[in-house]
Design a protein around this ligand. Structure first.
Ligand code: ADP
Ligand code: MG
Length: 265
């Protein structure tokens, strides 16, 4: 590439987060810095407990307040530090300009409201369309993720959906709200293998067709190898290595990454 490097849409610098463990505080993410570039899929990989979810919850102000604390660091999005921002400002960005997909699709929806009404509500709350067309827009989004009988599904509750369907509904919400950044935390871990491939393809489409910048968190190296452009490897709350995906899989530098690759041929 001869031009300037791709623009960063999210810059995380020096993040440190701790949890209250008994009477002490345990640091679970430390000295963590990485950037998300425009239009890329950045993979974050690491074994269970390595701090992947805590990293993103820290950035988005979604940690359990009573026990967790961001002790240091910044996360700059659109010229503003999300970590220093008051919660109200963050709420404006969350869902609207930065969307989440969680591992457990059930936790992403309110169980007492229909799935369709929640997508429509997200659209109107973010000022993306008026009440009168929100339902049509939500149904179109459900159709775009190949939800069978999308118009009937609109009126159903979360418990009437399978895990894969709910995950697709989450993606439909992201699609309809077209956020600039999507953070997907283990989006396929709870799904059957056949459904996994479909959900991953939909996430790839968001990048390819809408130019969305995506952070894809996974403990599964196969998923990361298939999806990511660049990869951050975490262990024990720290970044072990950061590389483009080919370099990582062909010529990784860090002994931890080498071990991880050897254990997952
Ligand atoms: P990963 O997503 O990589 O599997 P997490 O980010 O969820 O890991 O967790 C990192 C570490 O943070 C865990 O090993 C755990 O010790 C700690 N942790 C996470 N959530 C909590 C919590 N609610 N209370 C106390 N410690 C927690
Ligand atoms: Mg996690």
């Amino acid at each position: 590439m001869t031009g300037a490097q791709a623009e960063n849409v999210l810059e995380i610098c020096g993040l440190r987060t701790s949890f209250l463990a008994g009477s002490k505080r345990a640091v679970v993410v430390d000295d963590l810095s990485f950037n998300l570039r425009k239009g890329e899929i950045l993979g974050i990989v690491g074994e269970s407990g390595s701090g992947k979810s805590v990293t993103l919850l820290s950035v988005m102000g979604l940690l359990p307040e009573r026990v967790a604390k961001v002790e240091a660091g910044s996360a700059v999005f659109a010229g503003r530090d999300l970590i220093a921002m008051p919660f109200g400002g963050l709420r404006d960005i969350r869902g609207n300009r930065v969307a989440f997909i969680f591992q457990e699709p059930m936790s992403s929806f309110n169980p007492v409201l229909t799935v369709g009404s929640q997508i429509a509500e997200a659209l109107t709350a973010h000022g993306l369309c008026s009440q009168s067309v929100a339902k049509d827009r939500a149904i179109s989004a459900l159709q775009a993720v190949q939800m069978p009988e999308a118009d009937k599904r609109f009126d159903q509750y979360p418990h009437e959906f399978s895990g894969g369907m709910l995950q697709r509904a989450m993606i439909a919400m992201a699609l309809a709200c077209h956020p600039e950044v999507l953070i997907a935390d283990e989006p396929t871990t709870a799904l059957d293998v056949t459904i996994q491939a479909q959900v991953l393809q939909l996430i790839r489409d968001l990048r390819d067709e809408q130019g969305m910048s995506i952070i894809l968190i996974s403990h599964d190296l196969g998923v990361i190898a298939e999806m990511a452009d660049r990869v951050v490897v975490m262990y024990g709350g720290r970044k072990m290595e950061e590389a483009d995906v080919f370099t990582l899989f062909e010529d990784c530098q860090h002994p931890y990454t080498q071990g991880l690759l050897a254990a997952n041929p």
